[in-house]
Ligand binder design. Structure first.
Ligand SMILES: *Cc1c(COP(=O)(O)O)cnc(C)c1O
Length: 349
């Protein structure tokens, strides 16, 4: 399979490291745990969307676009990385942010990704929860075109066949790294949202005739809905590339048991997973995606789902900026900081 004919912009720091997690592995006492550091793709705090944007922006430039338009939740990582990519290429950028939370606190409203969207120079349009976001995207695109701009519209999470190419290529990168380390990978585990990451990995793995399993933990909807979303996108992407071996239905593995009450709503297991990985490996996960996927992986390991000699690679898809938008959920469970009686500093005259 050759992806060279698809235009691409050099946006990512790649290959990203593939690292072993010795202390987490030992702590859980199960399979060998590796982590693919796609939080280190470099695009204004990194994350998985940079890989999709490399292809989306290649396509945008080929179409002569001068203005990117995209959408997401208020704390969207995808929107932040899109704003950064636009800045890097000197394109204008308008982002539509949906306010989905009924009782947002100050941090959620102003810190984290939304703070960075503004710093990166994106024009922000705030929309109430329940807005038909794809319709709003089309409407903003039409208005820009009427003003003589050349907009390029990017769907939720950059997850169309063009963006998904980023993870077809990432699968190739990961399998090459494993080969170089003489490492036999048994399972790839990741958070699954708008589905481009999982669909791209599934297609990339099939294209290489690898037997590694790709397990998605859904973070936004029920398992059967997420399964259908990943399948449809994998099929469309395989057709877009052409000449990919058929993807059997069982290659799409989705579990939604760790989603909790819904997208971006914190769960105790997510908080525990974020803390454990931080304290055992010095690696920061995020509260919306990787924290919930890791909660799933940790629970499955405790339940004996995997053998000790299996190698699992967790895809760190980024999202740490979101930590600062969810201070409340994450700081409640910090252990009490101790106070000591310290002498007073001498006053300067
Ligand atoms: C968007 C995102 C995901 C999910 O990737 P999809 O391709 O949308 O399924 C996972 N982790 C983080 C941090 C993200 O921002």
């Amino acid at each position: 399979m050759n992806l060279e004919r698809f235009p691409r912009v050099d946006l990512c720091h790649a290959p990203t490291p593939l690292e072993f997690m010795p202390r987490l592995t030992q702590h859980l006492g199960g399979p060998q745990l590796w982590i693919k550091r796609d939080d280190c793709t470099g695009m204004a705090l990194g994350g998985n969307k940079a890989r999709k944007l490399a292809f989306l922006l290649g396509d945008a430039l080929q179409h002569g676009a001068n203005h990117l338009v995209t959408l997401g939740a208020l704390q969207s990582n995808h929107v932040r990385q899109t704003a950064a990519a636009a800045a890097r290429l000197g394109l204008a950028c308008t982002v539509l942010l949906e306010h989905r939370h009924p009782n947002p606190d100050e941090a959620y409203l102003h810190n984290g990704n939304v703070l960075l969207d503004g710093l990166l120079g994106a024009e922000i349009v705030h929309l109430p929860g329940g807005t038909d976001m794809p319709a709003a995207l089309t409407q903003v695109g039409d208005a820009l075109r009427a003003k003589g701009q050349r907009p390029y519209l990017i769907p939720s999470g950059g997850s169309n066949p063009v963006g998904t190419l980023g993870y077809v290529l990432a699968a190739q990168e990961l399998l090459n790294q494993a080969r170089e380390k003489s490492l036999h990978l048994d399972h790839i585990v990741l958070a699954s949202g708008s589905a481009g990451t999982q669909a791209g990995l599934v297609v990339g793995v099939a294209a290489q005739n690898s037997s590694v399993g790709v397990q998605g933990f859904a973070v936004s909807q029920a398992a059967h809905l997420q399964h259908a979303r990943v399948s449809a996108l994998a099929l469309a992407t395989a057709q877009w590339i052409g000449d990919i071996p058929e993807i059997p239905p069982e290659a799409i593995r989705v579990n939604a048991d760790y989603l909790g009450k819904g997208y971006s709503i914190p769960t105790p297991a997510m908080v525990e997973a974020v803390q454990q990985v931080a304290r055992l490996e010095g690696i920061l996960l995020d509260p919306v995606y990787t924290g919930k996927a890791m909660a799933g992986l940790m629970d499955w390991i405790r339940r004996g789902h995997y053998r000790a000699n299996e190698n699992i690679v967790f895809i760190h898809t980024g999202g740490q900026a979101g930590l600062f938008g969810f201070c409340d959920a994450l700081s409640q469970s910090t252990p009490d900081s101790r106070h000591i009686e310290a002498p007073q500093r001498q006053k300067d005259i």
